[in-house]
Design a protein around this ligand. Structure first.
Ligand code: NDP
Length: 444
């Protein structure tokens, strides 16, 4: 059994009942085979992979709170500080009933490499609770956030561990969490990112993931001597990432013809009207179905189907596992030239392989949606320096980061004889920096 297979077997044995964590470790380590085999003696002696797959620290804690009926509720909170080799732990907090330690470990492991790719000094972490914010009153959300932070505050800090939002943790939750941290720690520091603009948040954070996706897509196409201007694009989703991906795609001269939500999707052959999309989703918070009322020439379809439209570029920006093998086949037969992931893990493994085999340019979310965490890193920098950059300054830095990521993943793939395999390139480029830092810092 080779070194990688030994480590994977150990992870499965030592972390029972954590299938998502097993899957993430397997996917990353298997794609690193070529790098690990080239350095096997050192990595094995230093137990580098064994250390990399084990969180440095993890906390699991009780979160008691009182609901609006006066009933005490108890949830489980957790924070995993996965890898701090290149900077303070950084990664979101997820509040969702499905949260368990295995899922948080999977996300924290992945986050380590994504953060490394940004080139900013951020280690990997993730946290959350099995709490469902849906249907709760503001007072209940505040009670939960205050109780959660009462415990979490012991383990985090601006130079230690800087959480952010994720599913179920938006601006409202970040505000309550920040307020409670400040009371307990008696410190005004950038301990969380995704903060409101009035108390230390960064301009462009809202747009960052969607804009970043397009900066990377544009650069990747340029590397392949293709121009984004004039191309037709399918975007899935109509949330934060999808809206700002659509905005930047239009700005760069492309035509976006689709949008979707969990109920259905629209096809607007004349190009999505961004103002209408924002009005429906950001202001009125309605279903995407309403779009046809504003734009009668657009078609609405129930269910899934965005990938059946003939486009040059596909940008999955909704959710995990939303682009399957059948969708990939349809995209290829329609002449699609690039798929870049705005969401986390939207493309299944079989679909990814099919796209790559058929020479479709494929950018994995780890690289393509890193603009969000990169801008969180820029928020940390502004907080530490007690300064605020203008929107233009943040946007320029974001653009440079995404362009650097594009070149780094492309160069890494090429160095290992796999030109154009950006999945491999992203895993290698993210891994190399963390591995170097860990080896340089000795046994710790
Ligand atoms: P939002 O909640 O703002 O939007 C998600 C969109 O996807 C909504 O339009 C939603 O529709 C749709 N959607 C959700 N589930 C499904 C489904 N099962 N089928 C079809 N559509 C669905 O999330 P974000 O835009 O913030 O995030 C989208 C993805 O990007 C996620 O994978 C997230 O982890 C990832 N991501 C986000 C970052 C960020 O900065 N926001 C950073 C990095 C990654 P509906 O409204 O009907 O639920």
């Amino acid at each position: 059994m080779g070194y990688i297979d030994e480590v994977i077997a150990q992870v499965i044995e030592k972390n029972p009942a954590q299938p998502e964590f097993h899957q993430a470790v397997k996917e990353v380590l298997e794609s690193l085979r070529v790098v690990v085999e080239a350095n096997e003696e050192v990595y094995k002696r230093e137990a580098l992979l064994e250390r990399m797959v084990q969180p440095e620290r993890q906390f699991v804690f009780r979160v008691p709170w009182v609901d609006d009926q006066g009933q005490v509720q108890v949830n489980t909170g957790m924070r995993v500080q996965f890898n701090g080799a290149i900077g303070p732990y950084k990664g979101g907090l997820r509040f969702h009933p499905s949260v368990n330690l295995g899922i948080i470990k999977f996300l924290g492991f992945e986050q380590t490499f994504k953060n490394s790719l940004t080139g900013l000094p951020m280690g990997g972490g993730k946290g959350g609770a099995d709490f469902d914010p849906k249907g709760k009153s503001d007072r209940e959300i505040m009670a939960f956030c205050q109780s959660f932070m009462t415990e979490l505050s012991k383990y985090i800090g601006a130079d230690t561990d800087v959480p952010a939002g994720d599913i179920g943790v938006g601006a409202r939750e970040i505000g309550y969490l920040f307020g409670q941290y400040k009371r307990i720690a008696s410190k005004y520091e950038g301990v969380l990112t995704g903060k409101g603009l009035s108390y230390g948040g960064s301009l462009v954070r809202t747009q960052a993931t969607g804009y970043g996706l397009l900066y990377l897509t544009d650069e990747l196409l340029k590397l392949n001597n293709i121009s984004l201007a004039g191309k037709t694009v399918a975007v899935s989703g109509s949330g934060n990432v999808a809206i700002y991906a659509t905005e930047k795609a239009i700005e760069l001269g492309a035509k976006v013809v689709t949008a979707s939500d969990s109920k259905g999707w629209i096809y607007d052959p004349e190009g999505i009207d961004l103002e209408v999309l924002k009005e429906i989703k950001e202001v009125k918070r309605e279903r995407i179905l309403e779009y046809t009322k504003y734009r009668p020439n657009a078609q609405y379809h129930e269910g899934k189907g965005v990938w059946s439209v003939k486009v040059d570029i596909a940008l999955p920006c909704a959710t995990q596992n939303e682009l399957h093998l059948e969708d990939a086949k349809q995209l290829v037969s329609n002449g699609c030239i690039a798929v870049c992931e705005g969401a986390n893990m939207p493309t299944t493994l079989e679909a990814t392989k099919y796209l790559q085999e058929n020479k479709v340019i494929f950018a994995p979310g780890k690289a393509a949606n890193a603009g969000g965490v990169a801008t969180s890193g820029l928020e940390m920098a502004q907080n530490s320096g007690r300064i605020s950059w203008t929107a233009e300054e943040v946007d320029e830095k974001l653009k440079n980061i995404m362009i650097n990521i594009t070149h780094n993943i492309s160069d890494a793939a090429e160095r290992y004889g796999a030109k154009g395999n950006y999945v491999l390139g992203a895993n290698i480029a993210g891994f190399e920096k963390v591995a170097d830092a860990m080896l340089a810092q000795g046994v710790c």
